[in-house]
Design a protein around this ligand. Structure first.
Ligand code: NAP
Ligand code: ZN
Ligand code: ZN
Length: 382
């Protein structure tokens, strides 16, 4: 509830759910700090487009930094969530979890960054830090639940986290990454979600020389999966519903391209794959892909269509095949992925847009009309 304060004209909000209406600087009496004002684009409901939205973030704590955001990638998860397709969206909702920016302030105990450095933030910004997965650097599997970059309850002040379609972010240095100096910053942004989400399962299931690996869907995640699997030395087959993507897929590293709607092309690969990574955002038939796996092989899902997938158990039992899943990656693996990209000069294929075009970009993403990731140039917010 707003009231007057010892700072006179600055409105004070005592309600911890502070992102609902306040458009000026927040003051937290118990911490005696002013929080930097933020602006971005937010969905106000599942049906409304993203519109300009002002809110505030807390000052960085001792081990935290404030990042002035330069670029933010546009992930299909942002769209799923903005339109409440997973049924758990809070509003107003500021999307964005592929963040690259410049550090503008650091807490006194920060060791990894100083003001002026480039820093990157992905899908999670906090976790319990003491459970078994956190101890192993698998913070994304935190037993108490990792804090997501958007639409999650902040562990420090209980507010709703607001994503990177905005001018700044406050994050603990454990959840911020350094960026290799040789990489283009706009093209680095998608590595923070699309990159690690595909790098991690390809590493886990051993994509490499001598392995035949399938990538399903040539979108934001799919094109990064293709680049990584090729770079790791696997024989890579790109599955796509769109024959016009064939040439691009070859350029991005595919050894073969299969149009998944053509049964003849699909049957030619029966029982031949060591691993298939499914990066599709919409409902589709897993039964089309399971017969293509070798005995004891795995199809891993990273795509998150709102409707649960269905499949015939008969397609799993013959050949003892597995359907598995994978979610982003922990902080050490995310940094390892970024360092690998620096060493091997791997970045995303991007179309850079001003934030004013975000609603058009969402529609184009739904029509699979993006090559292969939109990235918002946040200077357009100014
Ligand atoms: P995207 O850029 O929109 O790509 C999705 C691709 O799926 C499209 O390019 C298309 O590939 C294929 N596709 C779309 N509609 C299809 C349909 N009806 N039937 C068959 N294929 C279809 O999306 P993205 O950003 O890569 O995200 C993909 C999915 O991963 C989303 O559901 C997202 O929420 C999820 N995700 C999961 C994680 C995780 O941690 N597991 C992290 C990030 C995102 P073709 O045109 O080549 O067929
Ligand atoms: Zn994402
Ligand atoms: Zn934990």
């Amino acid at each position: 509830m707003p009231s007057s304060s010892k700072l006179g004209t600055i409105p004070v909000r005592l309600n911890p759910n502070r992102h609902t209406a306040l458009n000026t600087v927040d003051f937290i009496p118990e911490r005696n700090i002013l929080m930097p004002s933020s602006k971005g684009y937010a969905a106000q409901s599942a049906e409304s487009p993203l519109v300009p939205h002002a809110f505030s973030r807390r000052d960085p704590g001792a081990t935290e930094l404030t990042i002035d955001i330069l670029f933010c990638g546009v992930c299909h998860s942002d769209l799923h969530m903005a339109r409440n397709e997973w049924g758990n969206a809070p509003y107003p909702f500021v999307p964005g979890h592929e963040i690259v920016g410049r550090v503008s302030a650091v807490g006194h105990a920060v060791t990894k960054f100083k003001a002026g450095d480039i820093a990157a933030v992905g899908v999670i910004i906090d976790s319990c830090r003491h459970c078994l997965p956190c101890g192993r650097g698998e913070e994304h599997f935190c037993a108490e639940g990792a804090t997501l970059t958007y639409a999650a309850k902040d562990r420090v002040d209980g507010s709703m986290t607001m994503g990177g379609y905005s001018n700044n972010y406050v994050v603990d240095e454990r959840f911020a990454h350094t960026v290799p100096a040789n990489l283009d910053l706009a093209a680095v942004a998608p590595l923070l979600c699309a990159g690690i989400t595909t790098y991690s399962p390809l590493r886990h299931w051993g994509a490499g020389p001598g392995k035949k690996v399938g990538i399903v869907g040539l979108g934001g995640l799919g094109h990064m999966a293709l680049k990584f699997a090729h770079s790791f030395g696997a024989h890579v087959v790109q599955f796509t519903t769109n024959a016009r993507k064939r040439e691009d897929a070859i350029k991005l590293g595919a050894d073969e391209v299969v149009v998944s709607t053509d049964p003849t092309q699909m049957n030619a690969h029966k029982a031949s794959f060591d691993f298939i990574l499914d990066c599709v955002s919409a409902p589709h038939k897993l039964d089309d892909y399971l017969p293509l796996l070798k005995q004891d092989s795995t199809l891993a899902l990273v795509g998150l269509p709102p409707e649960p997938p269905s499949f015939a158990p008969f397609n799993l039992i013959g050949g003892r095949k597995s359907i598995a899943g994978s979610m982003i990656g922990g902080m050490p693996e995310t940094q390892a992925m970024l360092d690998y990209c620096g060493e091997h000069n791997i970045v995303s294929e991007v179309e850079v847009i001003p934030i004013q075009q975000i609603n058009v970009a969402f529609e184009r993403m739904l029509k699979q009309d993006v090559k292969y990731r939109f990235v918002i140039d946040m200077s357009s917010l100014a």
